[in-house]
Design a protein around this ligand. Structure first.
Ligand code: ADP
Ligand code: MG
Length: 610
């Protein structure tokens, strides 16, 4: 097999690396070794001689003698062709292979094949290639030497070789098609190792426009509070990133809502100083909030500008920090910036992300690039992604949030009403999330349209909005000032802060992914006051919802989300079932991923030093 052919086969298999190939394991094995005894229920191989046969219509029954065992067995063909009739002439000798059963106590083999080659265990692969091409490809590339060159060690190599070449190993007959125990652990390791290495190979490094090394201390000292340990650590990581000019920073900072990311953003802007930073937010309301926080916390002589479609404040040409929406991307008279930051990265659309990517991917020297996201990902995923971009996690929040989460169903409704009343009377606000705007047969819960009359008849200040609502932002701003109860769908991303909002009620909670529930719950209890989250459901027994109520850590919830990935009670499709890994379980296998990362580190250190 030449290299061009192998390349074409790799493409056909949709794989890129040698380990991708090695990880395509046989789906079954064909054992063509001669069997020492007849065992019903097994697929067996015997030396056999045809004694006689009976043909009735399409059905042919052949009587075989098994000289080595001194026994007989019947071969049964339900659709015997002339070929079969010629092949199994009385007196002819064969190696027969097929599944053995007992019929009225007599052994028989259904549709026996006459093998030309035998005495081996052949792996069978389910791929778009023919069996023989696939075996040839495996024989050519999956060798101990190649696997070793890929960075695997003896235990992993032996495991793979045994799977692909069971013949070469003792006890091969017991190979089950479902790996378990140590073998499964090794497979997971190889899968993690291969994935991490592919990610790492995609990472490209470019020199930075400038090294940014102003000390953030004066800014940090001026703050009215002291930083959390996580904030301090992440600012330290960013400081080291920005101080380099041989490598433009690429870092993703992930922290729950309320974990204090804005201060980290402002610290980075301060470090960049007059070398200039851009900060982009997904909406103009958020951009304005960031602008106001920047004005409040940064020193008075640090010029900041706001640039959105609707407003323009400060002087962009002179500003050290320019805050805006992605509309900034299309302003070509803007000055060059040494640092580009994106807040709430998870809320940008795919096209906007691509435009951002383009902005920081021009030229030989590139701006430092920091992204901030409030979508916690499981630690394991963060470990993986850090091969591609640096990842910082902020898992602490400055205030210990006190949120009471409760599962409620119909019979709890009076108590819930009681709570909502007393909140409204005390001047607090309540958000009620419905699954749909309009009535639907498919969903066993009320829609906004069906419920609104109920609330409007009982309360003043009921506001309504949803994802497709064009006046969403205006309604939210008015609700913030005058409202008591907001009826909405989940699609609404409440971007603006609602300081009086203390209670969220989620109708049909079991329909939503935990990440979505977490985002919604994150709206309350933000200002040091206690918050309440009610999950209204017809399935109060759901263990997923129970687990959700027990934790408020976004990172723990991301892990639970993974662990419940196959859970049946999510109907909105928030969670994709598409599993990336065949063996590895991101919810459980942190230690294995850490080991794979360690191996890769060690290998690349060895490479650098040689
Ligand atoms: P995030 O953007 O991560 O959701 P913010 O940056 O908006 O969170 O911070 C939430 C609130 O906490 C803000 O009012 C902010 O001023 C305040 N805050 C941030 N860091 C601290 C801290 N270390 N101590 C006390 N309050 C803080
Ligand atoms: Mg924020």
């Amino acid at each position: 097999m030449d290299e061009a052919e192998a390349k074409a086969l790799f493409r056909k298999l949709k794989i890129r690396t040698l380990l991708d190939l090695a990880l395509i394991l046989p789906s079954s094995y064909e054992d063509t070794r001669l069997s020492p005894r007849i065992e019903a229920g097994k697929t067996q191989t015997f030396e056999a001689e045809v004694i006689d046969r009976r043909i009735r219509g399409a059905r042919m029954q052949v009587r075989f003698r098994l000289p080595a065992l001194g026994r007989q067995i019947a071969g049964v063909f339900f659709k015997a062709t002339p070929y079969h009739q010629r092949l199994f002439e009385p007196g002819s000798r064969h190696i027969i292979h097929g599944k053995v059963t007992l019929y009225n106590g007599w052994p028989q083999m259904a549709q026996p094949r006459s093998l030309k080659e035998y005495g081996r265990i052949l792996p069978r692969y389910k791929t778009p290639l023919t069996e023989s091409k696939m075996r040839e490809l495996i024989r050519t590339y999956v060798t101990e030497r190649n696997l070793y060159a890929e960075g695997l060690q003896s235990a992993e190599i032996q495991m793979l070789m045994r799977r692909h070449f069971p013949d070469l190993f003792a006890g091969a007959g017991e190979l089950s098609t479902v790996p378990e125990g140590e073998e499964l652990r090794l497979l997971k390791f190889v899968e993690a190792f291969n994935h991490l290495r592919k990610l790492r190979s995609k990472r490209r490094e470019y020199p930075a426009l400038k090294a940014l090394d102003a000390s953030p201390e004066p800014f940090l000292r001026s703050l009215p509070f002291s930083l959390t340990e996580d904030q301090e650590r992440v600012i330290g990581e960013i400081r080291r990133d920005l101080a380099r000019d041989d490598r433009a920073a690429r870092r993703m900072v992930i922290g729950d809502v309320g974990s204090g990311k804005t201060i980290v953003i402002l610290a980075a802007a301060f470090i960049a100083g007059s070398a200039r930073s851009y900060l982009m937010a997904p909406t103009s309301i958020l951009a304005r909030q960031l602008y106001e926080e920047a004005r409040r916390f940064l020193p008075a002589d640090f010029p900041v500008a706001l640039l959105t479609q609707s407003s323009r404040e400060g002087e962009p040409q002179k500003a050290h920090l320019i805050i805006g929406t992605h509309a900034l991307l299309y302003q070509d008279e803007l000055p060059e910036a040494a640092l580009v930051m994106v807040d709430e990265q998870h809320r940008f659309g795919t096209r906007q992300r691509a435009a951002l990517e383009a902005l920081v991917s021009r030229g030989e020297r590139r701006p430092h690039y920091l992204q901030f996201s409030a979508t916690p990902i499981p630690r394991t995923q963060a470990m993986m992604e850090s091969e591609l971009v640096d990842v910082s996690l902020i898992t602490q929040t400055p205030f210990e949030k006190e949120i009471e989460s409760r599962i409620v169903s119909r019979e709890d409704f009076p108590a819930l009403m009681e709570h909502i009343r007393s909140e409204v009377v005390a001047g607090r606000q309540v958000l009620i999330v419905y699954p749909l705007v309009e009535e639907s047969e498919e969903i066993p819960y009320q829609s906004i349209d069906e419920a609104r009359g109920f609330w409007e008849n009982r309360f003043e200040g009921v506001y309504i909005t949803h994802g497709k609502d064009k006046n969403k932002e205006a309604i939210l701003l008015e609700f913030r000032e005058k409202g008591s109860i907001l009826l909405a769908t989940t699609v609404i991303e409440v971007g603006i802060s609602l300081p009086r909002l203390d209670t969220v009620v989620i109708v049909g909670a079991e329909r939503l992914g935990l990440a979505t529930l977490h985002q919604l719950r994150g709206r309350v209890g933000r200002y040091g006051r206690k918050g309440w989250c009610y999950l209204f459901t017809r399935h109060p027994e759901s263990s997923r919802l129970r687990d959700f109520c027990r934790t408020t850590s976004g990172f723990e919830i991301a892990r639970l989300d993974l662990a419940y990935r196959d859970s049946g009670d999510i109907l909105d499709g928030t969670i994709q079932s598409g599993q990336k890994f065949r063996w590895l379980d991101l919810a459980e296998d942190e230690a294995i991923i850490a080991e794979a990362k360690g191996r890769i580190e060690a290998l690349s250190r060895r490479e650098r030093s040689s």
